[in-house]
Design a protein around this ligand. Structure first.
Ligand code: ADP
Ligand code: ADP
Length: 228
C-alpha cells in the first residue's frame, strides 16, 4: 500500500503548530525516511498515520483510502510498528513473540525468531524472571528487546512498516546487526523510517528532512550529503 501525506497540518497546542503542510509519498514497497532534529514532529507523523491523533488539515491515505475512513482494526492489521522501546511480558521470548498472534504456528514463531536472530533461545526465561513477581520487566538488553519486536513484526507480516528510531538505543555493533535484520523485514514493504541521523538511513529510497514544521530538504542520501 502506497502512503500519501498531503498538506498535513497538526498541532498538539493550537498556539504551537508542529506540522505546517507536509506532503510526501511512500510508494508501495519503497522505504522513505524522515529525519530532523529532536522535536521536529517526526514521531507525530507516525502517530497520525496510526491515528493516535487525526490530522487537522490535509489528509493521509493508504492505497488511496483516507486513514480516517478505515476501522482501527484494519489500520492496525495493515501497519506493523517497531517502536523505540519495547515493553515485554514477564515470560519466555516465544510467548512475547507470539502474543496477540494466536493463530501462528510454533514453526512460524521459530522462523520469525530466526530472522530476528533470537531463534536459539526463544524458550529461555530471561534473566530476572521471577514467577512470584509477575510485574517485573524482562531483563533483556536493548538489542534483544529490539529483536523481539522485529520477530513480532515478521510474524505479523504487515504490508506497511513503521520503524521509529528503531536502532537509536543500541551500541554500534548491535545497531549494525539489528539494521541488517530490519533491512530484511522492510524489503518489499512500504516502510516509513523515523531517524535522528542521516547515517542510519543510507538505504532509503528517499529522505525527507523536517525542520520548523516544513520539509526543509528531500532527496537520496547521496544527494543530501553532496549538498552539505
Ligand atoms: P520528534 O519525533 O521529531 O522528536 P515529536 O513528533 O515527538 O518530535 O514531537 C514534536 C513536538 O511536539 C515536540 O515539541 C514535542 O514536545 C511535542 N509533543 C509531542 N507529543 C506531544 C503531546 N502529546 N502533547 C503536546 N506536545 C507534544
Ligand atoms: P501488534 O504488534 O500486537 O499488532 P501493534 O502493531 O499495534 O501491535 O503495535 C506494536 C507495538 O507498538 C505495541 O507495543 C504498540 O503499543 C506500539 N505502538 C504502536 N503504534 C505506536 C506509536 N505510534 N507510537 C508508539 N508506540 C506504538
Amino acid at each position: 500500500g502506497a502512503i500519501v501525506f498531503k498538506d498535513v497540518h497538526f498541532a498538539y497546542d493550537p498556539a504551537r503548530p508542529i506540522l505546517k503542510g507536509i506532503s510526501f509519498e511512500v510508494p508501495a514497497g519503497k522505504t522513505v525516511a524522515v529525519v530532523g532534529p529532536s522535536g521536529a514532529g517526526k514521531s507525530t507523523l507516525s502517530r497520525l498515520l496510526y491515528r493516535f491523533y487525526d490530522v487537522q488539515q490535509g489528509s493521509i491515505t493508504i492505497d488511496g483510502q483516507d486513514v480516517r475512513s478505515l476501522t482501527q482494526k484494519s489500520l492496525r492489521a495493515a501497519i506493523g510498528m517497531v517502536p523505540q522501546d519495547t515493553v515485554l511480558f514477564n515470560d519466555t521470548i516465544a510467548y512475547n513473540i507470539r502474543y496477540g498472534r494466536t493463530s501462528a504456528s510454533q514453526a512460524e514463531v521459530e522462523a520469525a525468531a530466526d530472522i530476528a536472530q533470537i531463534g536459539t533461545f526463544i524458550e529461555t526465561l530471561p534473566e530476572g524472571y521471577d514467577a512470584m513477581v509477575g510485574e517485573r520487566g524482562l531483563k533483556l538488553s536493548g538489542g534483544e528487546k529490539q529483536r523481539v519486536a522485529i520477530a513480532r513484526t515478521v510474524l505479523k507480516s504487515p504490508p506497511i512498516l513503521i520503524l521509529d528510531e528503531a536502532t537509536s538505543a543500541l551500541d554500534t555493533r548491535t545497531e549494525q546487526e539489528i539494521q541488517a535484520a530490519l533491512d530484511i523485514v522492510s524489503r518489499n514493504r512500504t516502510t516509513l523510517v523515523i531517524a535522528h541521523r542521516l547515517s542510519t538511513v543510507i538505504q532509503a529510497d528517499e529522505i525527507i528532512v523536517l525542520k520548523d514544521g516544513v520539509i526543509a530538504e528531500r532527496g537520496t542520501h547521496g544527494e543530501l550529503i553532496d549538498r552539505d
